[in-house]
Design a protein around this ligand. Sequence first.
Ligand code: GLA
Length: 610
Amino acid sequence: MPATFAGKGNAQTLVITLKDALLGLRVELRYSVFEDSDALVRSVAAVNEGTDRLYLEKILSASLDMDNEEFDLITLHGSWARERHITSRKVTEGKHIVSSLRGETSHQVQPFMALATNGTDQRQGTVYAMNLIYSGNFIAETELDYQESVRMSVGLHPDGFEWVLEPGGRFETPEAVLICSDGGLGQMTRTFHKLYQNHLIRSKYLHSKRPILINNWEATYFDFDDEKLVAIAKEAKKLGIEMLVMDDGWFGKRNDDSCALGDWQVNRDKIKGGLKSLVDRVNAEGLKFGIWFEPEMICPDSDLYREHPDWAVQVPGRVAGTMRNQYVLDLTRQEIVDYAYECVAQILRSANIAYVKWDMNRQLTDLGSFALDSAHMGEFSHRYVLGVYQMQERLLTEFPDLLLENCSGGGGRFDAGMLYYSPQIWTSDDMDPVERLLIQEGTALLYPLSTMGAHVCVCPNHSVGRVTPMETRAHVALAGTFGYELDITKLSGEEKEKAAAYNREYHRYNDLVREGTYYRIASYRENGMYDCWEVVDEEKREALVTYVQVRFEPVRKSRRLKLEGLEEKARYCLEETGETYTGEMLMQAGFLQEMIFGDYGSRLLHFVRI
Ligand code: GLA
């Protein structure tokens, strides 16, 4: 199970042991605190010390009782292409629940809940927040009762859950992160970011610039071959792009999404010289090579399914439903985990592959297994998640230099559990910069900017059809890991020059964006007009402000942006204009950003201490 960690002396864990003599049950409540963080991590373990079988029907990770303070409840909601929009409403009598029973975290909701006192904003107010480090079914609940008491809890979803605890058996819940901020939502966010950066994400790439990548999905969809990929690589190299990622469609007979998941053999009609030859050619052009997998899946139209129809998740005797023409592999079975792992590992052993995009394009339904008997069926969903975790753990153990990016039909499994394995996650299939403002604001409410997979998309955008300047698409993508998802060979000369310039900006600013402290300055979600965020380095020597003006207002001359996190007495120079300001001025009076003519304009503002 993913878990927070710390070096010796940097954290302490208090374990409170409870015993039920009648049942023979011991329960450990664990509370961990960290030297450098105001977060508290809570988890629970249940141990059967008796002689009878016990059945765990509900075991949450954390529960907190508070007096009611007329709280607002903040949660993150969405759908495919619209993940993690921030939502807020008053806590009223009764229960407010957010949950997933989709077998994964889901596009629809995050395992997160925050209670904020009246008037809370980015800078002030008290916020109590919980986030679960888990990638499967969960529930987060707030209840206001008749005594004006509020209970907030989070953990594994009890519906459909029943874990058999044999005598001597032990069950561990996922960890829940609890944060109390008295400095508004901004302080809550920064506490989550630092906790995840310092105590959860293990990747050796956490603190390095990730290669600027180009992914061929929206450039070619399934219609590509080795020549096309090498042509993209050649052009990409000239512009400073550092890695080519071959997306869906390189294996089996997969020319559309109707078949072949499970048949992880290279399609020689497309990749004519074989995978190694393609990777060598791309490497010879000076680019690293990355590859897409969807290892948890099996299509009914696949050789794997024809050989092992019982490997798909299904209720024996019933016809299971497909989604995107695919079933899910029954990863509760060790032999299937082993097989699916080997499929990925064999490909990685065969060529010089630097990066894997691990996708998961359908949720779990028709829960059933040929291997679990009815007494253990309640373990299915959690065992599935453990199967996924096991595969990723093995992958990173065998390929310690691999850069892993998780993905689930866009951002359907963007959660703290996956961050334990991959330092970055594909944020959303929707790369339109305006849609991304809402998606990235919600994602960054909990997760560091360095974790957000973000690319420059083709225009008009494939998800919403919007036409936006390339500059704005790039500025929004520079808030994350950065790359491209378009056919670079079809760009005009001017667009190519721009791409080369954005790549230089990435190298200039990524250390700051990745490692710096994040401040949300203005929200398009709230004002309907513009968005602004800022990243400041630890020594307060520089700040990068990204301003996106979604709508142009003809009569307005400028907008006032009040910055945060600077040194009051220090002087900062805005590189773009040479103007200088004191930190106090920028924070108290603000910076006047001139109106950009037309909708969808954007600016990067780099303030450097002098
Ligand atoms: C998902 C991913 C996309 C792409 C496709 C391929 O939707 O989010 O980026 O990889 O699958 O089928």
